[in-house]
Structures are given as C-alpha cells and as structure tokens.
Design a protein around this ligand. Structure first.
Ligand code: NAD
Ligand code: UFG
Length: 353
C-alpha cells in the first residue's frame, strides 16, 4: 500500500476540524494542524489524540501570517490542505464586516500564496450553503445562482471566486501542475463524535439551533426561542438539512481521494454540496431531541429572525456521483451524539486550555 499523504488542517482545533482530524488519523493520514485558537482550545486536539491513539503536529499560527505558514510548509512535506480556519458567526459578521473579510478572505489569500510558493496545489475548502441566492425551489444544487446576503456568506462566496480564478489562471498559463480544489458547501452540521470526547463548544450564547436546544436540555439556558411559525412549511417553522459532523468530515476524505484520482482530471475547482438531501423543521428537531433524550425542551414561538429562509436542503447527487460520498447517519444518531457530548461536557471544554 502507498504511504498516506501529509495533510495540513487549518482550523483543526475547531468543531468540524477536530472531527476531521480524528477521521484523517484513523484513515492513516499524517496531519499538521494550524490554528490561532481564536475560537478553540488545544484540549480538543488532546482529545483527538486520546480517541485515535495517534499523534498530530500542532502550530499555533494565524493563516494571515505568511512567515508562519512558510515555516510550516518548509518543515513539513504537505500534500493537501483542508482549510477550515475562519470566523463563522453571521450576526457578528454584520457588526464587524472588516474582521470577517480580513480573517476569511485575506487569510485565504495568504494561505493560497504560501501554498503556491511551496508547490502545494491541492485544497479542500469549507464553504457553506449560505453562498446560494434566492431560489424558487428549496432543494439547492451546485449550479444554482449564488447570492449570499450577509458579510459572512459573502466572505465564503468571495473565497470561492478567488479559488475559481486561481484555477482558471492555471489554464491560461498552461501550468503543468495546476490547482485541484474542492469547494465543499456544508448544510447544517450537528452532532459529535460517538465517544463524547469532542463536540461543538460555542462561545457565549449559541446562535444555532442544535447547540441552543442542548444547552436548554442541560439547564444552561432557560428557554429556546423558535424564530417564526408562519413560514410556508407544513408546521410553519423553518426547515434545514442537518448533517452529522462525522458524515460531513468523511466527505472531506472522499474529496482528498477524488482530487488524487484521474477522474478529477488534471486540475480544476469544483463545488460539492454536503448535506443529506432531507430537511427537518425546528419543531421536528425539538420533538426528536425530546424523544431521543427523554428531556423536555422549554420553548416559545417568537418572530422570524432576519435573513432566515423558510426552507433549505441539499441536492446531494453530485457528491454521491463524483466523490462516492453520502450521509449515513440519521436524525436520531445526530441528536443522541449531540446529547452524549453535551451531557458529558456541560461546560464544553470549560476552563481547559
Ligand atoms: P470553529 O470556529 O469551531 O472552527 C474554526 C477554527 O478556525 C477555530 O479553531 C478557530 O480558532 C480557527 N481560526 C479562525 N480564524 C483563524 C485564523 N485567522 N488563523 C488560524 N485559525 C483560525 O468553526 P467550525 O464550525 O468548525 O467551522 C469550520 C469551517 O466550516 C469554517 O470555515 C466555517 O465557516 C465553515 N462552516 C461551518 C458551518 C457550521 O455550521 N459549523 C457551516 C458551513 C460552513
Ligand atoms: N432557529 C430557531 N431558534 C434558534 C436558532 C435557530 O428557531 O435559537 C431556527 C432558525 O430560524 C432556522 C433553524 O432553526 O430555521 C436553523 O438555524 P441555525 O441558526 O441553526 O442554522 P442556519 O440554517 O440559519 O445557518 C447555519 C449557519 C450558517 C450557515 C448555514 C448554512 O449558522 O453559518 O447554516 O450552512 F451558513
């Protein structure tokens, strides 16, 4: 068997990144993590090593720091980069747009510059379903028009543009070793590793539904606000495509393998939806949580949240056909694993570093 490749995981200490580290190590990859710890703790990486019994190399580094990245590429024969590092709070992005464009867009410019200088031109990028614009149908395919509506979403859309342009330039320049880039558009990642050792640890009051519900269940928060019950959906509440984080990160391994294969072609930049293709409403999520955990969730219906769509779920066909990937875990798995993590770690990683 060929030795597995060395992967640089930016943002590897975060929620999705830490789960990716587990799957990568278990699949036999060597990994180097670069994270500035702005929204994470090294404890997550200690637990990754505990789960897998394997070591990884960690650099506390900011992706905007070119010298730090050059050193990482100098010291490690990196083959592919999985780029999770980024800020992700929609509300904060509206009040601090400069921070989001600087961190996410400028950060990716610096990263790709360092990659190019090191001759590393395989990249798997964390994009988001939020890049899609308004659509007549709620099931989004990769060729639907783009049109993000907040600075966070626009930062992802701009990065996608930059990466497509880099790839197009290779064609114009007839570059003999062109970029190979997978843009992975995540729908709504939830859940945690089955060990309950790693999971989502939001700073302050969660913005997203699932961490909010689980903090109500564990007694940290008093009541969930359901944002609107007058949407044109069967029960009036918003519908989303929730995907288990472990399924999601397995899609990244399939993407790395696909970039390596002849099927991807000599180079290119392509988007793939990572979702289940099935949506659940807010009320269905509450009911599932109550059924699986036996915990009652205290909630009240309030007004709609600005910027929310009624319904959004993935057309996941391209990922199945071209990456050979599809989600395997069901809603009960997602809820059970969220609760396993939350109940074992009511304060998340707490005061651990
Ligand atoms: P997270 O905040 O848990 O992880 C992001 C990690 O990146 C953190 O560890 C943070 O410290 C690090 N980071 C941020 N800026 C950095 C910088 N300049 N240099 C180095 N490290 C930096 O978030 P997550 O949920 O794991 O998300 C990972 C990626 O997936 C993000 O790019 C996010 O935008 C994207 N995404 C997330 C979701 C979601 O719902 N969680 C949905 C779609 C896309
Ligand atoms: N919701 C509530 N109450 C809450 C939180 C959410 O009713 O306290 C509802 C929302 O209105 C929505 C659904 O639950 O109908 C899901 O909301 P989330 O905030 O969990 O997820 P979003 O679909 O709004 O957005 C998430 C991420 C974005 C990302 C997008 C697509 O927050 O960053 O998925 O990937 F871009």
């Amino acid at each position: 068997m060929m030795p597995k490749k060395k992967i640089l995981v930016t943002g590897g200490a975060g929620y999705i990144g830490s789960h990716a580290c587990v799957e990568l190590l278990q699949a036999g990859y060597d990994i180097v993590v670069a994270d500035n710890l702005s929204n994470s703790k090294t404890e997550s990486l200690a637990r990754v090593q505990q789960i897998t019994g394997k070591n990884l190399k960690f650099y506390q580094a900011d992706i905007r720091d070119k010298a730090a990245l050059d050193e990482i590429f100098d010291q490690n024969p990196i083959d592919t980069v999985i780029h999770f590092a980024g800020l992700k709070a929609v509300g904060e992005s509206c009040s601090k747009p400069h921070l989001y464009y600087h961190n996410n867009v400028y950060g990716t410019l610096v990263l790709t510059e360092a990659m190019q200088a090191a001759g590393v031109k395989r990249l798997v990028f964390s994009s988001s379903a939020t890049v899609y614009g308004e659509s007549d149908t709620p099931q989004y395919a990769e060729d639907f028009p783009l049109g993000a509506i907040n600075p966070y979403g626009r930062s992802k859309a701009m990065i996608e543009d930059i990466l497509r342009d880099l790839s197009a330039a290779d064609h114009i320049n007839q570059d003999p070793s062109p970029w190979k880039i997978a843009l992975l558009r995540y729908f709504n990642p939830i859940g945690a590793h089955a060990s309950g050792l790693i999971g989502e640890d939001p700073n302050g009051i969660p913005n997203n539904l699932m961490p909010y519900i689980s903090q109500v269940a564990v007694g940290k928060l008093a009541q969930l606000s359901v944002f609107g019950n007058d949407y044109p959906t069967p029960d009036g509440t918003g519908i989303r495509d929730y995907i288990h984080v472990v399924d999601l990160v397995k899609g990244h391994i399939k993407a790395i393998e696909t970039l390596d294969s002849d099927a991807f072609g000599p180079g290119g930049c392509k988007a793939y939806n990572l979702g289940t293709g099935r949506g659940y409403s807010v009320l269905e999520m509450i009911q599932a949580f109550e059924r699986v955990t036996g915990k009652a969730i205290n909630y009240q219906i309030v007004g709609r949240r600005a910027g929310d769509l009624a319904e959004c779920f993935a057309n996941p066909k391209r990922a199945l056909q071209e990456l050979g990937w599809q989600a395997e875990k069901n809603l009960d798995d997602m809820v059970a694993d969220t609760w396993n993590w939350q109940s074992k770690n009511p304060q998340g990683y707490g005061s651990l570093m």
